[in-house]
Design a protein around this ligand. Structure first.
Ligand code: ZN
Length: 435
């Protein structure tokens, strides 16, 4: 999308030369507060879509938004918006006047950490409060959104929050899904006080831009010693299930040369995955994370082996080429060992580039603020990939200690959290208070 141009007007000085009283912003304190909703004894957080901890957290956030001078509102899916109305609101609301939105997701994985998603939500609330207190009413409406769901941890459906907001999915697509307790999505949304009969409004589908601040969940920033990651693309991915079929036989009486050993064949294929991926080079990654063998008995040659395959890259042609190379290697190995080969594709997601204009603005802010940054792809999926087809979208990463995420040990130093916050504030100032 190239139709995104926001210039600072003569009246709005940009960049803000010094961000007054920034040190008084209680980012860590508010993250700690939010993590009490769904806290477990191991120091982790569990907030699953529409469960009790999730409901309490979303409502507490709504109250917090109100206290901080934002106008809170839920939509029918349970996404929560905190709005700081601009003084141009109401005038011929085209895309160029639609709100600039920041935020992330409120849900977690089971025993997750307190930064994933929550950081972007908390930083968005505090950024809008900060801008309002120091610079008054913006020209253009600014909004923070606490997306109801991203992880797919309760129901087998990820990005419900952003998919419902952008119109990519509707309730009819998910209402029959069941969680592990057998509760349907339709029941869960209703029990939480949302859904079409709840009286909450439908989402608007019109956004001027979406900017997501998020922890990296990887080790690149920490290892290379950078404070800010400017996301260039969100990787595309393909996932497969590969089945190798041989013949079960006696482990003592079947000579090595006469075997049709499905597991030995699969092992060679997995080795080929690694070498093909290494040869393709960064940023390609390929992973086999699961292997099963049948009959799964120590003194029987395996008749069948099934393994998973996950391939990711920022270019679709690289994913496709890598898969073709792997498939060729698998076929050759199967033929050499007289094995049968079957495969099934489970998932195919195309790579998503972030908006060039916003990305350039983030870079300019990092340079002005003298923050060390790199451009990098996101190897994990994020809500931003759902917003990108609908509005100009960008992502900002901050370092994760040891790259650990989806774990109670997830941690980002307050100093790093504040650097990301500083970038977000400058960016929202530029778009909200510029011409
Ligand atoms: Zn996340």
């Amino acid at each position: 999308m190239n139709d995104f141009e926001v210039h600072a007007s003569a009246g709005a000085e940009f960049p803000i030369q010094s961000l007054p009283q920034l040190e008084q912003v209680q980012l860590q304190g508010m993250l700690d507060w939010l993590s009490t909703y769904g806290a477990d004894l191991q120091g982790g957080v569990t907030r699953l879509l529409y469960d009790q901890a999730w409901c309490k957290a979303q409502h507490a956030l709504a109250t917090k938004m109100q206290e901080k001078g934002l106008t809170p509102a839920f939509d029918q899916s349970g996404n929560l918006y905190g709005t700081l109305n601009g003084n141009r609101t109401g005038a011929g609301m085209g895309i160029e006047e639609a709100p600039i939105v920041t935020g992330s997701h409120i849900d977690t994985v089971v025993h997750g950490g307190k930064y994933d998603g929550a950081y972007g939500v908390v930083a968005g609330v505090l950024a809008l409060e900060y801008l309002k207190n120091h610079f008054g009413t913006p020209k253009r409406t600014l909004q923070v959104v606490s997306l109801c769901e991203e992880e797919g941890s309760r129901f087998p459906f990820a990005y419900w929050g952003s998919r419902s907001i952008t119109g990519a999915s509707g309730l009819e697509e998910v209402q029959h899904l069941k969680d592990q307790a057998g509760i349907t999505f339709a029941q869960a949304i209703c029990n939480a006080g949302f859904g079409p009969d709840s009286g909450h409004r439908t989402a608007s589908h019109t956004y001027g831009a979406f900017i997501e601040l998020h922890i990296e969940q990887g080790q690149i920033l920490e290892r290379l010693g950078h404070s800010i990651g400017i996301v260039s693309d969100i990787v595309g991915q393909k996932r497969f299930s590969i089945t190798v079929i041989g013949e079960a036989n006696h482990a003592g009486t079947t000579p090595m040369a006469w075997r049709k050993d499905a597991l030995a064949g699969a092992a060679e294929m997995i080795t080929a995955v690694r070498s093909i991926a290494l040869e393709a080079g960064e940023p390609l990654v390929a992973t086999v994370g699961r292997v099963t063998a049948e009959p799964g008995v120590g003194n029987v040659v395996a008749s069948r082996a099934v393994f998973s395959l996950d391939i990711r890259h920022i270019r679709q042609e690289s994913i496709d080429r890598c898969w073709q190379d792997m498939l060729q290697a698998f076929s050759r190995i199967a033929a050499e060992q007289q094995l049968e080969l079957n495969w099934e594709e489970h998932l195919s997601v195309t790579p998503i580039p972030m908006n060039e204009q916003i990305t350039a603005d983030i870079r300019a802010i990092c340079e002005m603020e003298q923050l060390s940054y790199i451009h990098m792809p996101s190897g994990a999926g994020h809500d931003s990939q759902i917003f990108q087809p609908v509005c100009p979208t960008a992502m900002i990463f901050v370092p994760s200690r040891d790259g650990i995420s989806h774990n109670p040990l997830e941690y980002t130093a307050e100093e790093d959290l504040m650097k990301g916050f500083r970038v977000l504030v400058q960016l929202l100032y530029k778009y909200g208070y510029g011409s």
